[in-house]
Design a protein around this ligand. Structure first.
Ligand SMILES: *Cc1c(COP(=O)(O)O)cnc(C)c1O
Length: 431
């Protein structure tokens, strides 16, 4: 299977190249040249299969020309080591809990798959791969934990000193092994600039195989379609139509849902739910797509002013704006509404995190306007990860899951650096 760039469909590369490059040289996003459609009979058989078995069937349809059956199994087995249960919050309203992985956010699925696939694709080269990530929090923890202990891969996480929550910081500074954390005297943008400069530096790229594991990489994006298939297989449908509501920032998660739909999963509608960074809901209402500076909100992992997966969504709809706008309904919410949703849902026996709360609100508004649906919202993080906001909203202490509390015990180990590129280059050159 070839992968093409959204900026130029004629620019096609192999799977290894797409994964190792991440972004196409023309800055486009890679997409499979052809999206396989699974027979409905196979999809219906998923109700009696495990998450892993569903994973083999779906990944096989996409990767069978490029990977052996053993590799596909190893990849899926490595990724799906935790469950993604659906929990009924109200009649006909389900939470798809994507936070049961090691760093308690849905990014664990993509990060684990990406790390395993990268190590498979580079196994023959015996050249070490260096994954550089700049993070403002969640990406660093998911990528570091996803790549922890993976042979042949070294991960270097750059983060702005003092600007990442203590809990998030602990999740990537205490791991050791093949993970190095660098604390940069600067802000997130400085970290991102250092990483970009490294990718562009001819000298470094001659001696080191540098790559990125950010969310536009197909190896992080594609596996996110798996939990849509799984959720569908476990959902009591009562003959009703199905809608998925996705709390969104860079729109990789929603685009993966659209991929599942194109592969034949009978999803009737999607809801694009955002905070005040509402570029996509505005577009869906008929305005032109216009990137803006991001505004800070309580659902901070979705504070994105220029959603990087938007071109991928357009390509999945074959440039058909009418169909895109018909199939995906946009809603956005203020911080006050988000907090109110956390408070309103609590007495029903469910604790939302601020991102899931946005997804819940979008789902409820869609269902109020469109009767006859069963609805699922994606709960993208454990409420304990956004403890301050949730504890404030509910005026009570949260009990942290053991694996989250365990990170707090670890000892922080970091290198400190200024924001000058020469210093970072000197460090990389010495590897
Ligand atoms: C990254 C993130 C999102 C946004 O996902 P996209 O794929 O970028 O739209 C939502 N919720 C949480 C908790 C996240 O970490």
């Amino acid at each position: 299977m070839k992968y093409y760039s959204t900026n130029n469909p004629k620019h096609q590369v192999s799977l290894p190249e797409a994964v190792i490059k991440g972004l196409a040289p023309d800055q486009g996003l890679y997409l499979p040249e052809r999206i396989p459609v699974l027979p409905q009979q196979l999809i219906e058989s998923f109700s009696s299969k495990s998450f892993q078995e569903i994973g083999y069937d779906v990944i096989e349809a996409l990767f069978s020309e490029d990977l052996t059956n053993e590799q596909i199994r190893a990849l899926v087995d490595h990724t799906l080591v935790f469950d993604a249960p659906i929990v009924e919050v109200e009649k006909g309203v389900y939470s798809l809990e994507l936070f049961h992985g090691p760093t308690l956010a849905f990014k664990d699925f993509g990060a684990r798959f990406c790390s395993k696939l990268m190590s498979m694709l580079t196994a023959k080269t015996d050249q070490k791969v260096y994954v550089l990530v700049a993070t403002s929090g969640d990406t660093g923890s998911a990528v570091a934990n996803g790549f922890l202990g993976v042979e042949g891969v070294e991960v270097i996480v750059l983060f702005p000193k003092g600007k990442v929550s203590k809990l998030q910081e602990k999740q990537f500074t205490t791991l050791g092994q093949n993970i190095t954390a660098i604390e940069v005297e600067g802000v997130f943008d400085d970290c991102q600039t250092l990483v970009k400069q490294a990718f562009l530096d001819p000298e470094l790229n001659k001696s080191l195989l540098l790559t990125s594991a950010n969310s536009i990489n197909i190896a992080r994006w594609i596996p996110q379609c798996l939990y849509y298939f799984y959720a569908y297989s476990r959902l009591p449908k009562d003959g009703k139509k199905i809608v998925f509501s996705v709390p969104s920032g860079n729109f990789g998660n929603l685009a993966a849902g659209v991929l599942a739909w194109k592969m034949g999963l009978p999803i009737d509608h999607f809801v694009a739910a955002t905070n005040l960074n509402k570029i996509v809901p505005d577009y869906l209402k008929g305005l032109p797509f216009e990137a803006k500076a991001s505004v800070p909100t309580v659902s901070n992992s979705m504070d994105v002013g220029n959603p990087s997966n938007f071109p991928r969504l357009q390509a999945l709809y074959d440039g058909n704006e009418e169909l895109f706008r018909k199939n995906v309904k946009g809603f956005f919410y203020t911080d006050a509404q988000t907090i109110e949703a956390i408070q309103d849902v609590k007495p029903k026996g469910y604790t939302l995190d601020p991102h899931g709360a946005v997804g819940y609100l979008g789902l409820k508004d869609f269902m109020a306007e469109n009767p006859g649906y069963v609805g699922v919202f994606l709960e993208t993080a454990h409420p304990g990860k956004f403890r301050d906001v949730v504890e404030d909203a509910l005026n009570e202490k949260l009990v942290l899951p053991d694996r989250l509390a365990a990170f707090l015990e670890g000892e922080k180990k970091v290198l400190s650096m200024g924001k000058r590129f020469e210093e970072f280059k000197g460090f990389l050159g010495g590897l």
